[in-house]
Design a protein around this ligand. Structure first.
Ligand code: E4P
Length: 222
């Protein structure tokens, strides 16, 4: 499963990129609004930091406006993927932009039928929002499973991007199901690697090694 970070924080992205396992970034207007600086400059810097798909979302709500914005966003850097909302106008815009070769990430997907229509409109990625469904007592991971099952029957050139992942169990379940991508906040990403037994195990190895070295040094000195 490819790992994307769901953030527009350059500081966090630069730090996480050092681990060498981040495949892409998803941003949205809320995430970009949290950062100081020009959003387009931030997007270009993100593209220079991570050589993978970087999602940038349109804010127009009519197809014509989305297409115009999408073309502009795509012109910023070859890594940019244009995010369009899963509404009728978003579908129309996706059809046009994908026809021109722009990669589309259809966002705000809350049903499998929305994902099906998005793939038919030429979206390169569909983003089911797991956490936001969980928030309203609807099992978000079941949506990811449904979309994977549907896509398995057909030849869509469309990847399932499990989004709105809120904790490591979401990531684990998405990977078990075979989601193509999981996008997550940096805190969730960091938690994926953390294990107290790894830390205590390493501490013990190093202590034993130091003890052995001290014993060898003592013997040599006798
Ligand atoms: C995905 O592309 C979205 O930006 C994101 O995953 C939304 O997550 P949230 O529901 O935690 O805001």
């Amino acid at each position: 499963m490819k790992i994307f970070l769901d953030t527009a924080s350059l500081k966090d992205i630069r730090e996480a990129a050092k681990l060498g396992v981040v495949d892409g970034i998803t941003t949205n207007p809320s995430l970009l609004a949290k950062e100081s600086g020009d959003p387009e400059e931030i997007l270009v810097e993100i593209c220079k930091t991570i050589d993978g798909p970087i999602s940038a979302e349109v804010v127009a709500t009519d197809a014509e406006g989305m297409v115009k914005e999408g073309r502009h966003l795509a012109s910023l850097h070859p890594n940019i993927v244009v995010k369009t909302p899963c509404i009728p106008e978003g579908l129309k815009a996706a059809k046009i932009l994908s026809g021109e070769g722009t990669r589309i990430n259809m966002t705000l997907i809350f049903s499998a039928t929305q994902a099906l229509l998005s793939a038919k409109a030429g979206a390169r990625y569909v983003s089911p929002f797991v956490g936001r469904l969980d928030d309203i007592s609807t099992p978000g991971m079941e949506l990811v499973a449904d979309i994977i099952q549907i896509f398995d029957h057909y030849d869509f050139d469309c990847e399932v991007l499990a989004a709105s992942l809120r904790h490591p169990m979401h990531v684990l379940e998405a990977a078990r199901m075979g989601a193509d991508i999981g996008t997550m906040p940096v805190a969730v990403f960091n938690a994926l690697l953390k294990h107290p037994l790894t830390d205590s195990g390493l501490k013990k190895f190093l202590e034993d090694w130091e003890k052995a070295k001290a014993q060898m040094a003592a013997k040599a000195g006798r």
